[in-house]
Design a protein around this ligand. Structure first.
Ligand SMILES: [Zn+2]
Length: 91
């Protein structure tokens, strides 16, 4: 399964608009979506974040570098992975 930049928000995960920054409902704020062999895109479920976090991070780093960013925004997958690792501590 390929992971591609969300076509709707172009990897941002949200939209700049007058009402604030609503989450992109195509990717759920992730900025990236799965693309299957048929070329159909679908949202990456939160349950998959831990598995795909490394790939998403690489994609995100490339995207930010392309934009000339040095700062990093916390993305849904990073929050989810952190939550999981905290929950796993002490087991
Ligand atoms: Zn999106």
């Amino acid at each position: 399964m390929d992971i591609i930049r969300c076509a709707s928000c172009d990897g941002y995960g949200w939209f700049d608009d007058e009402d604030g920054a609503p989450e992109c409902d195509w990717c759920g704020g992730v900025g990236y979506v799965y693309r299957d062999a048929n070329g159909a895109d679908r949202r990456i479920p939160a349950d998959d974040f831990e598995q795909v976090a490394d790939r998403l991070e690489i994609l995100e780093r490339d995207r930010l570098r392309g934009l000339g960013y040095t700062g990093e925004a916390k993305r849904p997958w990073e929050q989810a992975v952190r939550k999981n690792s905290m929950r796993n501590e002490g087991q």
